[in-house]
Design a protein around this ligand. Structure first.
Ligand code: CMP
Length: 447
């Protein structure tokens, strides 16, 4: 099928009715693919002819109704939505024939209208043509981005495998691979057992082919089984690996880092500090490569994610709440996240400064070279604002990380913008700054 004509996943279509209908058709088609070959192979019909007749007619009617509806239904493709004649032509060119043949009551035809022979089961398999659409549906289903991506993939994959095993078992009954005279249930269990041992390449050899058709069938099943087995192993292994790909990437980064540190003969305490830093980033979720992950988003989405990720700042500083969206976005784009390890000096006394810091997590202490620790600050507090309020003034004190600290750095321009836009916050900052300066002057006078 042309890529441009590829139908879009049902979850993207707007109508709830069509979503429900698609699911219903998938369920009916899968049910028939399981039921029809089973009934024909086991000739269940002899014991309950009316029930099966009714089930067959109902399911076929639903599937045939689906074909009629498809002719009236718009088709969503990557190129846009097709209506009327183009939509009908699109359907005729793609699934129509599969759907039509697959929807006929093959169970009833095979049992009531055709001579009972070895061909009954293969003929009933024609209802499997309806699975063409189910295959496309399930492919779309697993490809739709979702939080349950891995669970979805695994479930769909295992359901397909189960269906193949079941159909192989029905075929095994049809070629007379199971001792006659057993009840339907026992016959099926034995056939299923043969199917599982063959497909899983175990092959215990307790149920073996006796006739030539059985041998040919077994050979084909073995070839199919080998391929299927390899696919199962490869898929499950790749899904398990993907389940924790973030942790795998983290581990490989640590491995590279370890090699580098050993190669450069770094002292042990420094190595431990570096590893501790990475562990902290991992545990707090700060280690994810935000920039790269967000790069692919549209500008609007990226901004919304930015607002969400920095929401704690608005929560910590109530005076910033109620800001206009544009101001909020400017504020957020002027923030940079940074992490310090215990003992790191964040601000050096006497230097000129161009950033202030908001504490998102952790504790810092303000250290006066002459007086020692003069203040301790924690979550929601800020420091480094004095150098921004007066660019001439060098940093008043050292500020050191007491614990691991996750901080948001605010540059000069953003700080000026915030002061201008939030007069309450500006007044508060100026008041705190005045008291910090007064405290510092007082200490200087005492010395
Ligand atoms: P700045 O001078 O830019 O850099 C050092 C920072 O330490 C300073 O800004 C203040 O934010 C902070 N600081 C200085 N003295 C005190 C204090 N007594 N109490 C709390 N914080 C202080």
């Amino acid at each position: 099928m042309n890529a441009k004509e590829t139908e879009i996943t049902p979850s993207q279509t707007t109508s709830r009715f069509w979503q429900f209908w698609d699911w219903l058709i998938v369920l009916v088609a899968v049910f028939r693919s399981v039921e029809v070959p089973t009934v024909v192979a086991l000739k269940f019909l002899e014991s309950s002819p009316f029930l099966d007749f009714g089930v067959n007619l109902t399911t076929c009617s639903v599937l045939l109704l689906d074909i009629l509806l498809r002719f009236r239904r718009p088709v969503q493709t990557v190129r846009g939505t097709l209506h009327g004649k183009p939509a009908r032509l699109h359907y005729l060119r793609t699934y129509f024939l599969f759907d039509l043949i697959g929807s006929l009551p093959w169970g009833i035809i095979a049992i009531h209208f055709l001579p009972q022979n070895n061909w009954s089961v293969p003929i009933s398999f024609l209802c499997l043509l309806r699975l063409a659409r189910v295959a496309a549906f399930s492919q779309n289903f697993v490809r739709t981005p979702s939080r349950f991506f891995i669970a979805r993939r695994l479930t769909v994959f295992l359901l397909w495998i189960a269906l193949v095993i079941h159909l192989l078992a029905c075929g095994w009954i049809a070629v007379g691979g199971v001792t006659h005279g057993l009840t339907a249930g026992h016959t099926y269990i034995r056939a299923l057992y043969w199917s599982v041992t063959t497909v899983s390449t175990t092959g215990f050899g307790d149920i073996t082919p006796k006739t030539e058709p059985q041998m040919i069938y077994t050979m084909l099943a073995m070839i199919l089984g080998a391929g299927l087995y390899a696919t199962v192993v490869a898929n499950v292994a790749s899904l398990i690996a993907r389940a924790d790909s973030a942790r795998a990437a983290f581990d490989s980064k640590i491995e590279r880092l370890n090699t580098f540190m050993k190669y450069k003969n770094m002292p042990d305490p420094l190595q431990k500090k570096i590893l501790g830093y990475h562990e902290y980033l991992w545990q707090t979720g700060l280690g994810h490569d935000h920039e790269t992950l967000l790069e692919d988003l549209s500008p609007g989405l990226r901004r919304s994610v930015g607002v969400f990720l920095n929401r704690h700042i608005m929560e910590q500083i109530p005076m910033l709440q109620g800001a206009e969206t544009a101001v909020l976005h400017r504020l957020i784009s002027g923030l940079t996240s940074v992490v310090y390890t215990p003992g790191d000096t964040i601000i050096h006394h006497g230097e000129t400064g161009s950033t202030m810091y908001l504490i998102n997590r952790g504790e810092v202490e303000v250290f006066d070279p002459k007086q020692g620790v003069v203040a301790t600050m924690g979550e929601g507090e800020y420091f480094g604002e004095l150098a921004l309020l007066d660019p001439e003034r060098p940093r008043l004190a050292d500020v050191r990380a007491k614990t691991f600290c996750a901080l948001s750095m605010i540059n000069r321009e953003t700080f000026a913008m915030v002061l201008e836009q939030f007069p309450d916050f500006a007044a508060h900052v100026r008041k705190v700054a005045a008291s910090r300066l007064a405290e510092s002057d007082l200490r200087a006078a005492q010395i």
